[in-house]
Design a protein around this ligand. Structure first.
Ligand code: AMP
Length: 430
């Protein structure tokens, strides 16, 4: 029997791991600059945390959660998104009493039971940024700016930020009433999913990709015309700051994002691809969101805390890697070691082990093949690796506390005492 990775889940290794590590490094650097600390929450959380936080009526909770019951009878779910877990930690660790905002970033795997397709997996990695405790529009813009900067740093030259506001519970409830009235009068033209959403999550219909639904949506009332004074001024400020920072945004009145907890600003970031890049994407060429997020002013309270405004977002690592490859963005390979340690005979193998550790402690990168006994074979390996200097330790050298240094280019060999190896290598290694 041959085992396969589970459907929609994959290994990360080789080149992909280099892209992954590059993304992690850029995130870490940007996070340090903006003062966000890293947090990693458990992969499993109480199922109710997502039912309540992400929202019972959302697609994630309705259809996409990997849930299980433990032997002890607890109901747990593999995290489908990061925000509820981070807010849970914020409350559990008593961070409510700390000066605000509390700023966190994270990177790790998430799980959604979706139909696997191009750019959509059941296990995927996200990095995200959350700022808890401030209601100012500048925070929304800073979160957007952070994602924009990370993507730019990763080589995305042409991006569009789609932005919208979905108001606060007060103005939204009036808008929802009007929207439902309109949608009900067009109910027969909606897809079956949207018919269900009409009862549970009518805003989500605005975001449906079905052609017939899109026709209905075109003439639907828009949130932006129903904002209360505060939500209007908040959004106006957000747009003004975006302009000030020359961030390329486009208003999308149909952007709602599927989650219940969002309030006011919501955004998504898309790459603008060249025809050639679209061609190389083949089937995946549709609109690809790299990042998305928004304000969630009611989530902390909903999960048992005080009323606390917050804002955040997340980006998909696999999608970013895929596009970096399509854009031809190369990751510089790590510096190859220049020194190889070869040994012949039992005593020299023992001595070589010690020398190897000494060199590691002195930050000299070195390769070995202790599992080989023949010098010819070891030199062949060194040659294949493009090694410049081979340290050769034979029985005689091991007894005399000396080592041979062979310059692979010229074949020239010199003998130096053990004591001088580190100093000598530091001199000749570039
Ligand atoms: P979301 O948490 O749904 O707002 O998603 C934020 C970002 O995560 C998206 O813009 C995607 O880049 C990525 N993402 C979401 N779901 C998936 C998935 N199933 N597979 C791969 N990437 C995903």
């Amino acid at each position: 029997m041959k085992f396969q990775s589970p459907t929609g889940m994959h290994d990360i290794l080789g080149k992909d791991m280099m892209y992954f590590q590059k993304i992690e490094k850029v995130c870490q650097d940007v996070a340090d600059f903006y003062g966000f600390r890293r947090i990693e929450t458990p992969i499993l959380e109480d199922t109710k945390l997502f039912e309540k936080g992400t929202g019972f009526s959302t697609d994630i909770v309705q259809k996409e959660m990997f849930s299980l019951r433990t032997k002890g009878g607890d109901y747990l779910t593999l995290r489908p998104e990061a925000t509820p877990g981070i807010v849970r930690s914020y409350l559990q660790k008593g961070m409510e009493n700390l000066p605000k905002p509390i700023k966190f970033w994270h990177l790790g795997p998430f799980f959604r039971y979706e139909r696997p397709q191009a750019g959509r997996f059941r296990e995927f990695n996200q990095f995200g940024f959350e700022s808890i405790g401030m209601d100012k529009p500048i925070i929304d813009v800073q979160i957007i700016q952070i994602f924009f900067n990370i993507l730019k740093e990763l080589g995305f030259k042409d991006l569009t930020i789609e932005i919208n506001t979905i108001g606060c519970p007060e103005c939204r409830s009036e808008y929802k009433r009007k929207l439902i009235k309109y949608l009900k009068s067009n109910q027969s033209n909606l897809c079956s999913d949207c018919k269900r959403r009409l009862k549970e999550n009518p805003l989500r219909i605005l975001d449906c990709k079905n052609e017939k639904c899109q026709e209905v949506i075109k003439s639907a009332p828009q949130m932006i015309e129903h904002l209360c004074k505060d939500c209007h001024s908040h959004f106006k400020n957000v747009l003004e700051f975006l302009e000030e920072l020359e961030l390329p945004y486009s208003l999308n009145p149909y952007l709602v994002r599927g989650l219940d907890y969002y309030t006011r600003t919501v955004f998504e970031i898309f790459p603008n691809l060249s025809e050639k890049e679209k061609e190389s994407l083949g089937q995946e060429r549709g609109k690809i969101a790299l990042a998305g997020g928004g304000r969630y002013d009611n989530l902390v309270k909903l999960l048992g805390g005080k009323e606390t405004p917050a804002c955040g977002g997340a980006a998909g690592v696999e999608r970013i890697i895929r596009l970096m490859k399509v854009m031809g963005k190369k990751i510089p390979t790590k510096k190859q070691p220049q020194v190889f340690l070869a040994q012949v005979g039992v005593l020299s193998k023992r001595r070589a082990l010690k020398i190897f550790e000494d060199l590691r402690e002195n930050n000299i990168k070195i390769v070995e093949a202790f599992y080989k006994d023949s010098l010819v074979e070891q030199l062949k390996i060194a040659d294949k690796l493009g090694i410049k200097f081979v340290l050769i330790l034979g029985q005689k050298e091991a007894i005399d506390n000396e080592i041979i240094i062979r310059h692979m280019d010229t074949g020239k060999q010199t003998i130096i005492p053990f004591k001088k190896i580190v100093k000598h290598l530091k001199k000749i290694i570039k």
